[in-house]
Design a protein around this ligand. Structure first.
Ligand code: MG
Length: 382
């Protein structure tokens, strides 16, 4: 069996999310945006797909780094193909990103699942057939009745837990340019209000401003420990392992990381080696795909550490259900003004449907478990 074609189709769709001046998403006026569908097809006619951002799979990147390495290769050899493409990163001048690597790896796994007639979450381990989700909020905002005050967070937490059935919740705090941000005291006020609203038994987590000082991060960590929070993630720039080592040793709160730090499974092994975190972070879109993310999870397990999966979507859900050492699937980002359960225009179903008890069930069909509306994509090509 051989890979014949690697193609990307960019298509238009509406979105109700707007970006602030620092790049954080919030509910806003509807506008038009684009996404891309990457397709890898074998000479048997079988295809693997993944939805991604258009720049990740530009024709320039596919033509220079991807097609020459994949065409004619056996699509089942995902490890070999990951290395073939990855080695081009070093001299790509930054053009070949981890997100491109992730898109290729995920499309190959989707293809492998379809060729095997099995869901990917089973092919890579199949540890569980359902997983509790945590409600992961958008960042704080200044929208009346949105996520503008600690009381807003508390009201939304009550809805998430008591009405929608979530069993855990993670707040993203207020980030610049929101009024008064960054301020660890304001983050703490929202966390305290949410703990009060949901009671003592719901696991809670915080993802605050990512550029606090050591002392602000430690103050916040100790306050969250008193609220029995499960973890805090990325309160400082992650390039400083020393700062995270200091923070992890200085507080009883669990510190989770690294999330955005580059370096794939190699960086995460260094964080464990240096004691820079209590819980390891990996998302398929952060570490270059499912292939390296599995290595992170297995490495963490060998040190009796949880690997908490970052981000949503079929790839991360497949990973979370495949491995034993994770607690939750991250479902979001959520906001009181948005209906997360409504499919995007290019989906027949969302990747991560959740039942009334707060569990997400990976799909039984072959591949990653995406249900893409191919007719919509074809009808809206750029
Ligand atoms: Mg995060």
């Amino acid at each position: 069996m051989k890979i014949e074609t690697v193609t990307a189709k960019v298509f238009r769709h509406r979105t109700g999310i707007v970006r602030d001046s620092d790049g954080h998403g919030h509910p806003g006026a509807e506008s038009q945006t684009t996404s891309a569908l990457l397709t890898i097809t074998a000479n048997t006619g079988a295809s693997g797909h993944i939805l991604t951002r258009a720049p990740d799979v530009s024709d320039a990147v596919l033509g220079r780094f991807v097609r020459p390495n994949l065409t004619g290769e056996d699509p089942l050899c995902t490890e070999r193909l990951w290395y073939k493409v990855y080695k081009w990163q070093r001299l790509s001048g930054g053009l070949l990103t981890d997100r491109t690597l992730a898109a290729i790896d995920l499309a190959l796994w989707d293809l492998k699942g379809k060729l095997a007639g099995q869901p990917v979450w089973k092919l890579i381990g199949g540890y569980r057939n359902k997983i509790p989700a945590y409600a992961s909020t958008m960042c704080g905002d200044d929208l009346p009745g949105g996520l503008a005050t600690p009381e807003d967070y508390a009201a939304f937490a009550e809805w998430c837990v008591k009405t929608r059935g979530y069993r855990a919740m993670k707040l993203h705090g207020w980030m610049p340019p929101m009024p008064g941000a960054p301020d660890p005291r304001k983050d703490y006020a929202a966390c305290a209000a949410v703990r009060e609203a949901v009671g003592p038994d719901i696991p809670l987590m915080l993802d605050p401003h990512h550029f606090y000082s050591r002392t602000d991060a430690l103050w916040l960590a100790n306050k969250l420990a008193a609220l029995d929070f499960r973890w805090m993630e990325e309160p400082m720039e992650e390039a400083s392992i020393s700062a995270y080592k200091w923070l992890t040793r200085s507080t009883t709160l669990n510190i989770l990381g690294p999330e955005t730090m580059t370096g794939k499974h190699w960086t995460r092994a260094e964080w464990v080696r240096h004691g820079a975190c209590d819980l390891i972070r990996a998302g398929v879109w952060d570490v270059g795909g499912l292939t390296p993310a599995l290595k992170v999870a297995n490495m963490a397990e060998s040190f009796h550490m949880a690997c908490e999966i970052h981000g949503t979507g079929a790839g991360n859900l497949s990973l979370a259900c495949a491995i034993p050492n994770t607690s939750f699937y991250e479902r979001g980002l959520l906001h009181p003004f948005l209906d997360y359960d409504a499919p995007a225009p290019y989906q027949n179903r969302i990747d991560d449907e959740m039942d009334a008890e707060g569990f997400v069930h990976p799909r039984a069909g072959s591949g990653l478990g995406q249900d893409i509306d191919m007719d919509y994509v074809e009808a809206n090509l750029v």
